[in-house]
Design a protein around this ligand. Structure first.
Ligand code: NAD
Ligand code: IPM
Ligand code: MN
Length: 355
């Protein structure tokens, strides 16, 4: 098999700390992958003004199979313009319309909910990733005056809404899952979310064997705490998906182990932890590398290396079960705390012993 080229963009803060480990794990698997590093992030932006070089998207589209991404965000760039120009730009310009975020419990001890364990916590969120409130459509009028008007427009296209809903049903169907729930706010956002409701009703007719339910997002947020077992697949817009997946992470062990894919089926796609650059712990050896490792497993699956993906995921599960842990997991799993590097080393050993 020809080598698949992977662009590694570690980014800012804890991004490089966890990316180093993720890359070592991937390289240890002996697959025909060629991992190439790119230094885009706050340091590069502050040094020479580069956010992404001209032509980079085209290069990704033409020559790369995937992007393995750490995190972006830096207190020295308070406007976050480099993060928008790197991460959101890739999501938009590569048209990565599926933000796939599994909220799956790997170990009962990680659940914060009484009586809810691995059987109950295993839902997956399909977050629309190319429109909604994320397109920077809007503006300020009379900025900085008492009469200021600030407008942020939510974009919902028929095509965008339909393809993410279809992807959610398709995923459920292929995995034998029974239920798809859509989260919206159609009781208030009559135009945009009215469109979501109409399209959801249409698409669900094409999948009669799947139970389809539309819910208001506030009610769903509550119900995910009350009875998470009632959900298999959740489909929603960009902003609600962002919020619900941090909630989903908190239900399944925290941001330190929440992984995601930004996917356009059949095209170059991007895999990254749900967490950000965590400036509060950056440089301290406290970052949990498991979310990055699991994002690597999702990438391998996407690239057609299902066995290697399963091995990597099993190594992470084993690490949670009986290995050491970073401080974020100590309240759930007990102490003492280990460093990012120690956890990474153990994962590598575990992977090599399961070959
Ligand atoms: P964050 O996800 O960086 O951190 C939230 C909390 O979770 C912090 O207390 C942090 O220490 C903890 N945390 C996150 N990842 C962890 C890990 N791997 N191990 C242990 N603890 C972890 O969110 P934030 O603080 O709101 O944002 C920080 C910066 O990151 C901002 O600039 C934000 O815009 C950016 N951000 C980027 C992404 C991304 O690149 N995909 C995602 C979210 C936030
Ligand atoms: C995420 C992040 C991003 C988002 C930010 C950093 C733009 O929170 O990937 O969840 O809101 O999508
Ligand atoms: Mn987020």
């Amino acid at each position: 098999m020809a080598h698949q080229r992977i662009a590694v963009i570690p980014g800012d803060g804890i991004g490089p700390e966890v990316a180093r480990i993720g890359v070592r794990l991937l390289e240890s698997l002996g697959l025909p992958l060629q991992l190439e590093w790119f230094d885009f992030g706050a340091d590069r932006y502050l040094k020479d003004g580069t956010i992404l070089p001209t032509g980079f998207m085209e290069t990704l589209r033409r020559d790369f199979a995937a992007v393995y991404f750490g995190a972006v965000g830096d207190p020295r760039v308070p406007g976050n313009e480099h993060a928008k120009g790197i991460l959101l730009a890739m999501r938009f310009e590569l048209d990565l319309y599926i933000n796939l975020r599994p909220c799956v419990l790997f170990d009962d001890r990680l659940s914060p909910l009484k009586g809810k364990g691995r059987q109950e916590l295993r839902f997956t969120v399909f977050r629309e990733n190319t429109e909604g409130l994320y397109t920077s459509t809007g503006g300020n009028f009379k900025k900085g005056t008492p009469d200021e008007i600030a407008q942020e427009v939510e974009i919902n296209t028929r095509k965008g809404v339909e393809r993410i809903i279809e992807a959610a049903f398709d995923y459920a169907e292929k995995r034998g899952l029974k239920r798809v729930c859509m989260a919206d706010k159609a009781n208030v956002l009559l135009f945009g979310h009215g469109l979501w409701r109409r399209v959801f009703a249409e698409v669900s007719k094409r999948h009669p064997q799947i139970q389809a339910k539309a819910m208001y997002v506030d009610a769903l947020a509550m119900d995910l705490i009350r009875q998470p077992e009632a959900y298999d697949v959740i489909v929603t817009n960009n902003l609600f998906g962002d919020i619900l997946t941090d909630l989903g992470a908190a239900l399944t062990g925290g941001l330190g182990i929440a992984a995601s894919g930004n996917i356009h089926p059949g095209q170059v796609s991007l895999f990254e932890p749900v967490h950000g650059s965590a400036p509060d712990i950056a440089g301290k050896g406290k970052a949990n590398p498991l979310a990055m490792a699991l994002s690597g497993a999702m990438m391998l699956e996407h690239l057609g290396h299902a066995d290697a993906a399963a091995r990597l995921q099993r190594a992470v599960e084993e690490q949670i079960r009986s290995g050491s842990r970073t401080p974020d997991l100590v309240p759930m799993l007990g102490g003492p705390a280990a460093t990012t590097e120690q956890v990474g080393e153990e994962l590598l050993k575990c992977l090599s012993s399961t070959r």
